[in-house]
Design a protein around this ligand. Structure first.
Ligand SMILES: [Zn+2]
Length: 278
């Protein structure tokens, strides 16, 4: 869908300037109709799904786009704790599609321009000798809460805010099973061996295109060895003495830690109930 047609569309608009989402001044998702006056600023408009029974579109705002009267721009990562979970997922989908659209303008095989098909989320090479189809890229990441009785293993990246710890995580390698990735990542980041992996839940993480796969695992063997190039600290924390700064309630890291606390009969923080697929 092209910008010219935004003037005919009705429904919701998820417009991003970088990773900042356009909202009304009161923090609501804007309706397209309310933004007609600014339609020339919206690029790469495409349908991303439905929200509250109405179509929902995404669009890109150039980095020099001004803040329109009656609106504000908020970074999606900071908004996820506040948005309804279904809207957070849709906004994440929109951000991933925008990023994919932006990075797949040209065919990676032959270099010819690509075009997006109207009936599917796929960009197709325009070179008739090639016609390679390019789908959105999704990068699986394992995130693991390792437990040892009433203790949970948490690590701290130098990139984290002061005092923050989280569950250990890492990308799945090419040709690697998710289970092998769990064992490898935990051993690389902590020096420990784990057993009894239990799949917990997943979360799309659109910064830029990760799919977080959450596991619980039990400590099996080994002593903690911190890999200083990745993490600055890794330690077991007793359920009654968790670090003061943990990931926010919209993150799968929070859900993993909260689930551990509940099984230890401890209360821990607010957060939405998980949307679990059947
Ligand atoms: Zn091609």
């Amino acid at each position: 869908m092209h910008t010219s047609r935004i003037n005919e569309a009705t429904g919701w608009l998820l417009a991003f300037r970088g990773s900042e989402l356009l909202l009304t001044e009161s923090g609501e998702l804007p309706e397209i109709e309310s933004l007609r006056h600014f339609s020339r600023w919206f690029k790469q408009v495409q349908r991303v799904g439905d929200y509250r029974g109405r179509p929902c579109y995404c669009a890109v705002l150039a980095t020099d786009t001004p803040v329109f009267p009656g609106t504000c721009l908020r970074h999606l990562k900071k908004l996820l704790d506040e948005l309804p979970q279904d809207l957070g997922h849709l906004a994440g989908r929109a951000l991933e599609l925008i990023e994919w659209d932006h990075t797949h303008r040209y065919c990676g095989v032959c270099g010819a321009p690509t075009t997006q098909r109207d009936d599917a989320i796929v960009r197709v090479c325009t070179n008739q000798m090639c016609r390679r189809e390019h789908y959105p890229r999704i990068s699986p990441v394992v995130i693991v809460a390792v437990e040892r009785g009433p203790e949970i293993l948490l690590g701290r990246s130098p990139r984290f805010p002061p005092g923050m710890y989280s569950a250990l995580a890492g990308f799945v390698d090419a040709g690697e099973s998710v289970e092998a990735a769990v064992h490898r990542e935990i051993h690389e980041e902590s020096g420990l061996f784990v057993r009894n992996l239990r799949y917990f839940s997943s979360q799309p993480w659109p910064f830029p295109h990760s799919l977080m796969l959450g596991f619980h695992a039990d400590y099996a063997d080994g002593d903690i060895v911190v890999q200083a190039d990745e993490l600055e600290d890794v330690a077991f924390f007793h359920v009654d003495r968790l670090p003061p700064n943990l990931p926010g309630p919209s993150t799968i890291a929070h859900w993993l830690i909260r689930d551990f606390c509940r099984r230890q009969d401890r209360r821990f923080g607010p957060g939405p109930e998980l949307i679990k697929s059947a």
